[in-house]
Design a protein around this ligand. Structure first.
Ligand SMILES: Nc1ncnc2c1ncn2[C@@H]1O[C@H](COP(=O)(O)OP(=O)(O)OP(=O)(O)O)[C@@H](O)[C@H]1O
Length: 381
């Protein structure tokens, strides 16, 4: 199973420039989380801080009992082995073919034989739909294939936490959905904790279990996806809808005078961008049929039902509506139409009375589990 990441009061500046302050959140083990935020709000800095490539000024980032902010270099080296990182362009070595690129961490960090390395590399290339492309150079393949090769490489050391920086950069919307599907399939197979940083609203709305947003040097919110997707925060609504109308400006947040001037302009009829009102909670993407059930999604359901009464009413309603009739019986809740108009939490009788157990553990992935390749094996994407 993936590991939990507990972040408390994390603060990072470069000289006098504060990037973000007092960021507190927990990435639950094996769940998929997405961090949104306008450009320049420090999402990449956040990822780099988690793996100790950048040193936060204060706060904690605790992984398996080790605080990466204050631990020794030796401990940091050990903790880093838990991570697989997928950078924007795959960060492949241009002069090495895909096979050698993917084999690289195994040759650098393990004493495995070339036979064993071959088995692992071919397995990871197959997982990401790249079987047959071993001899290609990064310059000979498309951006989508490079990302998948980067993901193969991130997987070879059996990571427990996978960090992904803007997986959609340079990809068309369809290929972005394919790579999103791949993340969910990989998550189902290895149960690693995922944190994906992106601007892509489709991905943010349909892929993760948890959603967060950085803005104004702070974490605006982080929690079950239903909370952000039903939020009335102006910055969240503006971001989800991709409009000019709101607190996010051209290169930074707007001051109140600019806000007022622009508001008047939009009220006078100027198009604020965006073609439709993006609202509500779309259904979450699932692993490809034939891929094991996601352990993280099942645990998340139990976890969210435990904290249901602490969530805003619209999020509670969305969560309950997403449950199957069997799950509603299991958690002892009923649909409760009209909840959005209520203030405060659900009536206590509607909140889960959680039985201690009863859910079957999802089957663990085995060597015999084979992903139906979501990609043409050698096609360009
Ligand atoms: N090593 C560094 N030294 C000084 N400033 C830095 C450094 N790395 C990042 N920054 C600054 O930190 C801020 C946040 O950068 P970051 O790349 O994390 O933003 P981001 O949210 O990932 O943006 P984008 O969505 O455009 O990729 C920027 O102002 C950037 O210039």
């Amino acid at each position: 199973m993936g590991v939990e990441v507990v972040i408390e009061g994390l603060t990072k500046s470069f000289g006098k420039q504060t990037i973000w302050r007092d960021v507190t959140l927990t990435l639950p083990p094996g769940e998929v989380s997405v961090m949104l935020g306008p450009s320049g709000t420090g999402k990449s800095v956040f990822l780099k801080s988690m793996i100790g490539l950048l040193k936060p000024d204060r706060g904690k980032c605790v992984i398996n009992g080790v605080d990466v902010v204050t631990c020794s270099e030796r401990k940091l080296y050990d903790v880093r082995k838990l991570f697989g990182v997928l950078f924007q362009d795959g960060a492949l070595f241009g002069s090495m073919n895909l096979y050698d690129n993917v084999a690289f961490p195994l040759r650098e960090h393990t004493k495995k034989s070339e036979t064993e390395i071959r088995r692992i590399v071919l397995e990871k290339l197959e997982m990401t739909g790249l079987s047959g492309a071993e001899k290609k150079l990064p310059g000979e393949i498309s951006g989508g294939m490079r990302k998948r090769a980067g993901l193969s490489r991130a997987l070879v050391l059996d990571p427990k936490i996978i960090l992904v920086d803007e997986p959609d950069s340079g990809l068309d919307p369809v290929r972005t959905t394919y790579i999103s599907q791949l993340f969910l399939d990989v998550n189902a197979q290895i149960d690693a904790t995922f944190l994906i940083v992106t601007h892509n609203i489709n991905l943010a709305r349909t892929v993760p279990d948890n959603l967060g947003m950085l803005f104004r040097k702070e974490l605006v919110m982080f929690g079950p996806r239903e909370v952000l997707l039903t939020s009335d925060e102006p910055v969240v609504k503006q971001f989800l809808n991709g409009r000019m109308d709101g607190p996010i400006g051209m290169s930074e947040e707007k001051d109140s005078a600019t806000m007022a001037a622009e508001k008047a302009m939009f009220e006078a009829g100027h198009h604020a961008g965006g073609v439709e009102d993006v609202t509500g909670i779309p259904e979450q993407m699932q692993p490809t049929p034939g891929v094991p059930e996601r352990g993280g999604a099942r645990r998340r359901k139990d976890r969210v039902m435990r904290i249901l009464h602490t969530l805003p009413p619209a999020a509670q309603e969305g969560i309950i509506e997403s449950l199957s009739p069997e799950e509603r019986r299991h958690y002892g809740v009923q649909t409760h139409h009209g909840l959005t108009s209520q203030r405060g939490q659900l009536p206590t009788e509607d909140v889960a009375a959680l039985p201690g157990s009863g859910w079957r553990e999802p089957r663990q992935a085995t060597d015999t589990d084979r992903l139906p390749p979501p990609y043409p094996q050698q096609g360009r994407s």
